[in-house]
Each structure stands twice: as structure tokens, then as C-alpha cells.
Design a protein around this ligand. Structure first.
Ligand code: NDP
Length: 311
């Protein structure tokens, strides 16, 4: 979590910073024996169980999988936004104020934040700790952000709002980085150059689901689809929680809530998996015995039924 102030997480009357909340989550999970592997997953195979996850260094097998890969920042696609050397990304352009805001390149500088939602308000407010002035460029004259975040930003004297304003281009040189932006009035279409030394794009997020394309059901935007009142995906044993399956609420507290649902769903799924015996037969929680060749099921009352697919 890279968000700074989390104001609405229950139990923290004065709010809590995102990284501190994450640390507490981790310590709590470790107390129950959770093992953390800090590696990128490069490929997954969910077609048969146990599921297979490939990282750069190892292969991990799992009887059940909970996907909580979240969502990443969206970009505008304007000239100058691409990563350096093509544009100024990493050289004055960022999508994460908490990661990059404290860097010397942005200290005591004029910074532009693009967006009108909670992310933009949060980034702008955070950047006032370092910047000389923060300008929020929003394409409408009304903010989408929650009331509390709007109020905080609107009363911050270091923040100025540029209403009905679109970012058309990011200007600069490779030596100096960003030196300004070209802004467009969304009503008149008039354009003007505006001096600044940094640009933060804060226009929302897209789900991190590339890995699961072609295997799990997703909506048109790429959010994982879960079934009814559960976190189950279309593959039995694979569950999804948090921002990767929620395009509506997207709060730390709602993500934690669906995370808890996933844990319960996964535990119930595992409880109903047959347990393999040393003899090779499997026994289900209901007391059914599945023969070693998996062709027959012997029910608790002794009745023998076929386990072959019905043709
Ligand atoms: P939102 O979708 O809420 O807001 C995106 C903003 O960017 C909107 O104002 C939108 O404008 C603008 N925008 C989108 N695309 C473009 C574009 N191409 N050009 C110009 N402007 C654009 O995303 P957020 O990331 O702000 O918030 C997502 C969710 O996460 C919300 O539910 C929010 O409450 C939550 N959140 C909570 C936080 C907290 O509690 N600390 C912190 C951050 C997020 P327009 O309004 O015109 O559509």
C-alpha cells in the first residue's frame, strides 16, 4: 500500500499511515505462521490442481490460491509522459507522490497533480510537505474525491486548483527534466504553457490481472469476476479479493473485508478436499473413500458408486 493517510480504517480514531498499517498487517499474519515470499510471479497455471505459480527462481504449488494483486496507476498517454529517455517518466513525471515526492528533484518546486479523485487530493496534500506550490489540474469544475479529502485539499494554502483544465503535454529537456506543461481549457479549447518542475498523474488505477488473462473470468476493464456472495472465481479453489476484483469501493477497509472472506472461502474449500491416505485412496470430510484409481467412491454407508464422468 503506497497511500499515505488512511482516514477511514476502523480502530484508528486519528487515522493511520498506509505503510504503518501494512506493517501491522504483516506482523499480525506472521504471528499465525504466515511465510512471506517476496518474489514476482511470472506465470501461473490454474488449469489443474495443485495450481502452479512460477517465479524467476522457483515453482510454487498450491492447493488453493487467493489473488490480491491490487490495481496500478493509470497514465494519460500524453506526449512527454513516457519513461525516460522517450519522455520524462522518472525524470520529473511520477504516479506516486509517496514514493517520489520526497526526492530532491521535487523539493521547493512547483508541482502539477492531475486528477480530481481521492488519489489526486491525497497526492497533492502529501506533496505540500516538500513542494513550494502544488497545482491540481482537473478536467471539470467539480471534484470526484470524498468530502473529507476535498476539504483537506481545498483548505491547504499551498494547493491551487486549475479547474476545467486538461494536461496536453509535458515539456522539458533531458538535462533539466520537466520545465513545464501545456494545459488545455476543456471549455474553450484554449491552450497555454505553464511553468513547473514536476508532474504527478493521479487519475485512478487499473487491476493487475495480466497474469490471469485467458484463465480467469474478467470484466471489460480487467477486474476479476467473483461469483455471487463469495470471492470464488470461475476456477474452483481460486479466490480473488481487494482492488483486483472491486472497481466500486476500493478502500483499505473493504479490501481487508474481502480478504477475510477469501480466507474463509479458501479454508472451507480445503476442508472439503479429499485427504490422500498412504494407501493412495482419498477420504473426504464427509467420510467418502475414493479408490486409488479414482474410478469408484465408497460412501460412508458402504454403497459403491462410479466416479467416472457421465457421458
Ligand atoms: P477515481 O476514479 O475516483 O478518480 C479519478 C480522477 O481522475 C477523476 O477525478 C477523473 O475525472 C480523473 N481522470 C480520469 N481519467 C482522466 C483523464 N484521462 N484525464 C483527466 N482526468 C482524468 O480514482 P482515484 O484513484 O482517485 O480513487 C479510486 C478509489 O480509491 C476511490 O474509491 C477512492 O475513494 C479510493 N481512494 C481512497 C483513498 C483514501 O481513503 N486514503 C486514497 C486514494 C483512493 P472525472 O472526475 O472528471 O471523472
Amino acid at each position: 500500500m503506497i497511500t499515505t493517510d488512511v482516514e477511514n480504517y476502523p480502530g484508528f480514531a486519528k487515522g493511520i499511515e498506509g505503510p504503518e498499517l501494512m506493517l501491522q498487517f504483516r506482523q499480525q499474519a506472521e504471528r499465525f505462521g504466515t511465510e512471506f515470499l517476496e518474489e514476482w510471479i511470472t506465470r501461473v497455471d490454474l488449469q489443474s490442481r495443485p495450481f502452479t505459480l512460477h517465479t524467476e527462481n522457483r515453482v510454487v504449488k498450491a492447493d488453493t490460491l487467493i489473488i490480491a494483486s491490487g490495481a496500478s496507476a493509470k497514465w494519460l498517454g500524453v506526449p512527454g509522459e513516457a519513461k525516460t529517455p522517450k519522455g520524462f517518466g522518472g525524470n520529473g513525471v511520477s504516479a506516486c507522490a509517496t514514493c517520489d515526492g520526497p526526492l530532491p528533484a521535487f523539493r521547493n518546486k512547483r508541482l502539477v497533480v492531475v486528477g480530481g479523485g481521492d488519489t489526486a487530493m491525497e497526492e497533492a496534500t502529501f506533496l505540500t510537505r516538500y513542494a513550494s506550490r502544488v497545482y491540481v489540474a482537473h478536467r471539470r469544475d467539480k471534484l470526484r474525491a470524498s468530502k473529507i479529502m476535498q476539504e483537506k485539499a481545498l483548505k491547504n494554502e499551498k494547493i491551487e486548483f486549475l479547474w476545467n483544465t486538461e494536461l496536453a503535454e509535458i515539456l522539458g529537456t533531458h538535462e533539466q527534466g520537466v520545465t513545464g506543461v501545456r494545459l488545455r481549457d476543456t471549455n474553450s479549447g484554449a491552450e497555454k504553457n505553464f511553468d513547473c518542475e514536476g508532474v504527478f498523474i493521479a487519475i485512478g488505477h487499473k487491476p493487475n490481472t495480466e497474469l490471469f488473462k485467458g484463465q480467469l473470468d474478467m470484466d471489460a476493464v480487467g477486474y476479476l469476476q467473483t461469483n455471487g456472495h463469495s470471492t470464488a472465481t470461475n476456477i474452483p479453489g481460486v479466490f480473488a479479493c481487494g482492488d483486483v476484483q472491486d472497481s466500486v469501493y476500493r478502500q483499505a477497509v473493504t479490501a481487508a473485508g474481502t480478504g477475510c472472506m477469501s480466507a474463509i472461502d479458501a479454508e472451507r474449500f480445503l476442508d472439503h478436499l479429499p485427504v490422500e491416505m498412504p494407501s493412495g485412496e482419498e477420504v473426504t470430510i464427509e467420510g467418502e473413500h475414493i479408490t486409488k484409481d479414482r474410478k469408484l467412491i465408497i460412501e460412508p454407508g458402504g454403497e459403491v458408486v462410479s466416479n467416472e464422468p457421465v457421458s
